[in-house]
Design a protein around this ligand. Sequence first.
Ligand SMILES: Cc1cc2nc3c(=O)[nH]c(=O)nc-3n(C[C@H](O)[C@H](O)[C@H](O)COP(=O)(O)OP(=O)(O)OC[C@H]3O[C@@H](n4cnc5c(N)ncnc54)[C@H](O)[C@@H]3O)c2cc1C
Length: 459
Amino acid sequence: MNESAPSDKLPSRGSLTRRRLLAASAGAALAVPLGGTAWAQASITDVDVAIVGGGAAGIAAARKIAESGRSYVLLEAGPKLGGRARTDTAFGQVFDLGAGSFGSGGGLAAAADAGKLPTTALPSGRRLFIDGREARAGRYDAFTAALGRARRDILAAADGGKDPAASTMLTAPGEWSATVAALIGPLSCGRALAELSSLDLSLRHVPPDDTTSPIGVGAVLESLGAWLSTQTHAQVTLITNAGRMHTLSLAGQRSQIRARAVILAVPAAVVAAGAIRFNPPLPPRLAGAFRAVPSGALEQVAFQLPGNPLQLEADENVLAKVSGDTAPALLRGRVNGSDLHVLTFGGAAAREIGEKGEAAARRLARSFLDTAFGHAHGEGVTEVACSRWTSDPLIRGAIAAALPGQGAQRRLFAEPVQSRILLAGEYTATNDWGTLNGAWDSGEIAAEKALRLVSAGPA
Ligand SMILES: Cc1cc2nc3c(=O)[nH]c(=O)nc-3n(C[C@H](O)[C@H](O)[C@H](O)COP(=O)(O)OP(=O)(O)OC[C@H]3O[C@@H](n4cnc5c(N)ncnc54)[C@H](O)[C@@H]3O)c2cc1C
C-alpha cells in the first residue's frame, strides 16, 4: 500500500470524461491488485477520502475534495448521481420527481451559477383554493394569520425547554387549522404533527424555494457531479475500522476501497435500517439518534392537463383548503410553462403511493383536483407518472424528521464517528434540514473536516 503514490487510474464503471479522468489521475492513490491485475478481480484501492452516496451532499463533498487535489472516490449505489433530486422525461417533458426547487441564496445556486447551468425564478407565494374557487383576499389573510399563529405556538414549545408533539402546541382551532396542520406536517415533513417534535420544527428555518431549472433540478445535480471521479452501482455494505484507515466493502464486488476519511452521505433511514454495517458497530447513542429521526413520506404525481383548464400561470404553487376525506396536496401547475402539473402528497397518502404506485397516484390526484378546482377536473387526469421514494431501498422515505421528545438528537450527527467517518446529508443540517441547500452545505462542511483530518494524519 502506498497512500501518497500517484495513481495510473481510478476504477469507475461509468465512462470517464476527459475532465473526470484528469481529476481522478491528479489526486488518486494507487490501486493495489490482490492476486490479479484487473479491477474485476479482488483489489484494494487507497484514497484519502471515500464519499458514500451521490446526492446533493455527496456531490458537494466530492467537489470540495477534488478541488483540494486530494485523492477521493464518490461511491453511488444507484445508476446515476442526484439522489432524491431526479429529473424525469415521461410525457416527453422535463420535470422533477423529487426536489424540484431550491433557495437562491445557498451553495447549490452558487454552484449552478458558476457552472453556467440554467436556473429560473419561481413565482413568489402560493394561490389558495377553497371548494373549487380561489379564496377571496380576506380568507387569504385569515389563512396567513392562522399559519403565523401555528408557527409561533410551535416556537413557544422550544422557548419553554420542552419538546412535545407539535400537534399539542396548536391550541387555536379555526377554519384553517386542518390546512395549516397539513402544510406544516405531512406536506412539508412527510408526517402528521402528532408524530413530529416541536423542538425540531422550531429550529427549522428554511428560506422559500425561489429557484428551479428548465433542465430539471436532478439534471443540474448530475451536471455538477459529471466531472467527479465516481463509481456508480457501488453499494457500500460494510465499513470497517482497519487501524489507520477505514475499509469499505461493496455489494457484489470483491474489490475494496481503503480511505483515510469517509464521508457518509446516504439517507438517515438507510443507516437506521442497518443497510450499511459498521465494524465496530455505531455507538449506541448515535444508533439511537438515527432511530429518533425516521423518514416521513413525500411522493409526487405528474400528469398533463392540455389547454390550461385550471387557468394557472407557469410554475404557480397552489394549496387547497383541506376538505372531507380528500388527501391534502401541493400543486405545482404548468411546470416550466408546459401542460404538465405535479402534485406532492405527504404522510399516509404518500405512503399509499409508495406502496401501490400509479393506480393509487391517479385516484388521489383526481380526488384532489375535483375538491380543489371542482367541475370534475379530476377526469382530465388519465396517465400519471409518480415517485416511489418510500419503497426505494436506497432512499427509504422523504426527509428525516425527529419524533416528539427527540428534537435534540439531530446535533449528534455533527460528531465524527470512529474519528474518521463524517456524516453528511439533509438530516445532519440543524436549521435547513430536509432541503437541498441543507444537504449541499452539510457535504461541504464534512469535506472541510475530512481535509483537516487527512492533513493532520500520518502521510
Ligand atoms: C418528493 C420530494 C420533494 C422534495 N422537494 C424538495 C424541494 O423542492 N426543495 C428542497 O430543497 N428539497 C426537497 N426535497 C428534499 C431533498 O430532496 C433532500 O433534502 C435532498 O435531496 C437530500 O440530499 P442528500 O444528499 O442528503 O441525500 P440523497 O439525495 O438521498 O442522496 C443519498 C444517495 O445515497 C445513495 N445510497 C444509499 N445507500 C447507499 C449505499 N449503501 N452505498 C452507496 N450509495 C448509497 C442513494 O442512492 C442516494 O443517491 C424533496 C424530497 C422529496 C422526497
